[in-house]
Design a protein. Structure first.
Length: 75
């Protein structure tokens, strides 16, 4: 998105976020590093932490932003 552009949330998105807040459900935004051979996953708060971790490991790794079902927390 270019600078100065404000993204407007859709009505549906606002309704979903409100429902999640009412039920005390949050989704953690985090970075995942997954070993493609073993399937082991490690989670980090930011991209530089994930890169530093992967650089110290052997094998093929996949780094991605994750906010999937495994990152849902009930408060």
């Amino acid at each position: 998105m270019s600078e100065g552009v404000i993204a407007k949330k859709s009505k549906l998105r606002r309704e979903i976020e409100e429902t999640l807040r009412e039920r005390h459900i949050t989704i953690e935004d985090r970075i995942s590093a997954v070993d493609l051979k073993s399937g082991d996953a490690h989670y980090f708060d930011n991209f530089p932490q994930a890169v530093e971790f992967v650089q110290k490991r052997k094998g093929r790794w996949y780094i991605a932003r994750s906010a999937g079902a495994d990152s849902i927390k009930r408060e």
